[in-house]
Design a protein around this ligand. Structure first.
Ligand SMILES: O=C(O)c1cc(=O)[nH]c(=O)n1[C@@H]1O[C@H](COP(=O)(O)O)[C@@H](O)[C@H]1O
Length: 230
């Protein structure tokens, strides 16, 4: 089962809520990221919760273990459904994040590790001194995330089958870099269409601009929803 998470990347909350108010929460979950959270903070998340949406708080924490653990606790206190950290923050950082959620039991948000951003390709890794193949690097970050008990990883759908084969079907894959056609990928480099992402077995596809920047966001959302649920 693959579902849709809309990346709510807007400059203002009026535009964001205008879209949200046209969406059935059964059709999509919502992602609040750095832009909107920096402008509108927890109150935006609360407004989405009051409309019955599940919220993925995408702040990609990457810091010393103590700081990340406290930030994860703050996210859990907000009642979000999913939260993420950069897996490259390391084993101790991810472990601290996981331990911060123990007290929340079944109410804890899903904890997801970002592997290699979908805007990067092999040459970008080389420029920051990573000489491993991009797929191998993604797999080792995913393996480490699983080892310390995270619920899944963010990756490109291009890596989905390799990760599922290595780490099992229950390890959740969250995949941005979704594009309806390969004509306009914006700043994304490792892109996949919604139907292909579903075929590749991703659990949650994150879609922003193909929906939010279209002339008719609702009809694009409905088209994608029906294409993956037929
Ligand atoms: O963690 C993320 O959500 C994320 C990880 C990643 O590797 N690539 C990536 O694009 N994202 C986020 O996913 C969304 C993709 O948006 P669009 O490119 O507009 O579809 C953005 O909000 C990004 O911040």
């Amino acid at each position: 089962m693959t579902d849709i998470i809309i990346a709510l990347d807007y400059e203002n909350d009026t535009d964001a809520l205008a879209l949200v108010d046209k969406i059935d929460p059964n059709m999509a979950k919502l992602k609040v990221g750095k832009e909107m959270f920096t402008r509108y903070g927890p109150s935006l998340v609360q407004q989405l919760h009051s409309r019955e949406f599940k919220v993925f708080l995408d702040l990609k924490f990457h810091d010393i273990p103590n700081t990340v653990a406290k930030a994860i606790k703050a996210s859990a206190d907000l009642g979000v459904w999913m939260v993420n950290v950069h897996s490259s923050g390391g084993e101790k950082m991810m472990t601290a994040a996981k331990e911060a959620l123990h007290a929340y039991g079944k109410d804890a948000p899903l904890l997801i590790g970002v592997t290699v951003l979908t805007s990067l390709q092999q040459e970008d890794l080389t420029l920051v001194g990573i000489t491993n193949r991009l797929l191998d690097h993604t797999l080792s970050l995913a393996e480490l995330a699983q080892k310390v008990g995270l619920d899944g990883v963010v990756c490109s759908a291009q890596e989905a089958q390799n990760i599922k084969n290595k780490l099992g079907q229950n390890f959740r894959l969250v995949t941005p870099g979704i594009r309806l056609s390969m004509d306009n990928s914006d700043d994304q480099k490792r892109v996949v269409t919604p139907l292909k992402a579903k075929e590749l077995g991703v659990d949650h596809m994150v879609i922003g601009r193909p929906i939010t920047q279209s002339d008719n966001p609702i009809s694009v959302l409905e088209e994608i929803y029906h294409s993956i649920n037929n």
